[in-house]
Design a protein around this ligand. Structure first.
Ligand code: ADP
Ligand code: MG
Length: 459
C-alpha cells in the first residue's frame, strides 16, 4: 500500500520536448535563471460515478493527456513567485509563511496556494522553502476535466520537491483532496487521486476511506471521445456544486432519523448511512422511496425533522456558500447517488469479465448515468444534452456529461473503428452550426486514451 516514496522523476517525452522548452525559456526570461525541475499533473475524464465521491462512493476515471506543467526553482528565502504563461492570469508573489486563502473570489493563484498550504500543514516544519514557478496548463478550464485539481496537485508536487520532502502518491492524493477545499469547494477526492496515481493505458477504480486504487482494463475495442460543450462554470464561484453536497448530507441525515439506533448527527454522507445500516444499494434505493418524498424539502421542513433551528442547521449540515439555500431535493439527489454507485460496481464488473458485448453494456450504463445526472441530479446543461444526443446519433454506444456538469464536457464510448466517423459527425452536428463553438472545435473535440499520472521531470 502507501509507501513513503515520491511520484517518479521521468525523462521528458520526445513529443513534449518543445512545450517544456518553451516553459523553460519563459522561466529564464522572467527569473534570469534556469528552473531546477518540472512538475506535471494531468486532468482526468470520469467514465462513470458522477457526484458520488463526496458521498463516500467509488468512482471510475482515467487521466487525460491534458495537464498542468510547472517549471520550478526552490527559493530559500521563503518567497512564492507565480507567473502563468496565459496572460489572462496575473502574476502573484507571497511569503510562504503569510499565505491566506479567502473563499470569496477563486483567483487562479489560490489553487496554487491550496497545494502549497496542504503540504505545509502536512509537514509542520519551522523552516520552509518557497519556490519560483512558471505555470502552463492545457486542461480546459471549468469544463469538467478537473483543471483545478491538476493545478492543486502540480503545486503540491512543486512544494514537496522544493523542500526535498517525500510522500507517497496516495498520501499526496489525500492531502490534495483536503487542501483544494480551502478555496471553498466541498469536493470528494476523485480528481486528485486519479491525477496522482494514474497509470498510462488503464482506467482506475478509486475507493475512499482509506484511499485505494485498482487498475481497470477497458475492453480492447473501446475508444473514448471527449467533447467540450463550451458552456463554462467555475465550481468555486457558484453555489450549485456545494448545494448538491449539502443536499446529499441532508438526505443522509433525514433518512437517518427514520432508523432506530442511528444518530443523524453522526452521519454526514449517504455512504456512511449505508455502512451503518449494512444494506445493499438496492435496499438503500428502497429506503429513499419509502422514507423521502419526491417534492423538494423546504429549510423549515428539514429543521422540523432534524429538530434544530435554522442557525443550528448551518453548524450541523450546511457549508459556507449554501447558508441561503432554501429548497433541498433530497429524494432525487439520494436516488442519483445510490443508483450511480451501483452503476460503478456494474461497470467495473463488466470490465473484469469482458463479455462479448462489453462495449454495449458499458455504453448503456453511461447513458443511464447521463439521464440520472440530468433528471435526478439536475447538473446537466441544454448544450450537454444536445452534445450527448448528437454523439449517440453519430455512432457513440454511450455518452454522458462528465465532471461536475452545468456545462463542460461529455465523454462517449465508441468502437475504436468508428472514432473518426464519430468525430466528423459531432463536428458537423454540434459545433458547425455555431460559429463561436466551431472556431474552437480543434481543442474542444478529441479522442483520448488513458494517460499517465503526475510526475517530476528533470529540467
Ligand atoms: P475544472 O472542472 O476545470 O476543475 P473548476 O471550476 O473547478 O473547473 O476550476 C477552474 C479554475 O481553475 C479556473 O477558473 C482557474 O482559476 C483555475 N485554473 C485551471 N487551469 C488553470 C491554468 N492553466 N492557469 C491558471 N489557472 C487555472
Ligand atoms: Mg475543479
Amino acid at each position: 500500500m502507501a509507501q513513503d516514496k515520491n511520484p517518479p522523476t521521468l525523462p521528458i517525452p520526445e513529443d513534449k520536448k518543445e512545450r517544456f522548452e518553451k516553459i523553460k525559456a519563459k522561466f529564464i526570461e522572467i527569473y534570469g535563471e534556469e528552473p531546477k525541475f518540472f512538475s506535471r499533473a494531468p486532468g482526468r475524464v470520469n467514465l462513470i460515478g458522477e457526484h458520488i465521491d463526496y458521498c463516500g462512493y467509488s468512482v471510475l476515471p482515467m487521466a487525460v493527456e491534458l495537464d498542468i506543467i510547472m517549471a520550478v526553482s526552490p527559493d530559500t528565502q521563503g518567497q512564492i513567485s507565480l507567473v502563468n504563461t496565459d496572460p489572462q492570469y496575473q502574476s502573484y508573489n507571497v511569503d510562504v509563511n503569510q499565505i491566506v486563502i479567502t473563499k470569496d473570489v477563486p483567483h487562479w493563484y489560490k489553487y496554487v496556494l491550496c497545494g502549497i498550504q496542504g503540504i505545509k500543514e502536512h509537514f509542520q516544519s519551522d523552516t520552509l522553502r518557497g519556490f519560483k514557478a512558471v505555470v502552463d496548463g492545457t486542461v480546459p478550464r471549468s469544463a469538467g476535466l478537473s483543471s483545478s485539481s491538476a493545478l492543486v496537485c502540480c503545486s503540491a508536487l512543486s512544494m514537496l520537491k522544493a523542500n526535498e520532502w517525500t510522500m507517497s502518491k496516495e498520501q499526496l492524493a489525500e492531502v490534495c483532496a483536503k487542501c483544494e477545499r480551502f478555496i471553498g469547494t466541498e469536493g470528494g477526492g476523485m480528481d486528485q487521486a486519479i491525477s496522482l496515481t494514474a497509470v498510462a493505458g488503464k482506467a482506475k477504480l478509486i475507493e475512499f476511506n482509506p484511499l485505494r486504487t485498482q487498475d481497470v482494463l477497458l475492453p480492447p475495442n473501446a475508444a473514448f471521445v471527449v467533447g467540450n460543450s463550451l458552456a463554462e462554470m467555475n465550481k468555486a464561484a457558484t453555489p450549485q456544486f456545494n448545494t448538491r453536497v449539502v443536499e446529499c448530507r441532508l438526505a443522509a441525515q433525514v433518512l437517518a432519523t427514520s432508523q432506530e439506533g442511528v444518530k443523524w448527527r453522526e452521519i454526514r454522507r449517504l455512504g456512511e448511512l449505508q455502512e451503518k445500516l449494512v444494506y445493499t444499494l438496492d435496499e438503500m434505493l428502497n429506503l429513499v422511496t419509502s422514507k423521502l418524498h419526491p417534492e423538494p424539502y423546504t429549510k423549515q421542513e428539514v429543521c422540523e425533522i432534524l429538530e434544530v433551528t435554522p442557525e443550528e442547521l448551518v453548524e450541523t449540515s450546511l457549508s459556507a456558500n449554501t447558508t441561503h439555500v432554501d429548497s433541498f431535493s433530497l429524494y432525487n439527489r439520494a436516488t442519483h447517488v445510490y443508483s450511480e454507485a451501483k452503476r460503478v460496481v456494474q461497470f467495473k464488473a463488466i470490465c473484469d469479465q469482458q463479455p462479448g458485448n462489453a462495449l454495449e453494456q458499458l455504453g448503456e450504463l453511461m447513458n443511464q448515468s447521463h439521464a440520472s445526472c440530468r433528471d435526478m441530479y439536475d447538473c446537466s446543461h441544454p448544450d450537454l444534452d444536445t452534445l450527448v444526443e448528437v454523439s449517440k446519433a453519430n455512432g457513440a454506444v454511450g455518452s454522458r456529461m462528465t465532471g461536475a456538469g452545468w456545462g463542460g464536457c461529455t465523454v462517449s464510448i465508441v468502437n475504436a473503428e468508428k472514432v473518426s466517423s464519430l468525430l466528423a459527425g459531432v463536428k458537423a452536428g454540434y459545433y458547425q452550426p455555431n460559429p463561436d463553438k466551431f472556431s474552437k472545435v480543434d481543442e474542444a473535440l478529441f479522442a483520448t486514451t488513458p494517460g499517465g499520472g503526475a510526475a517530476f521531470y528533470i529540467a
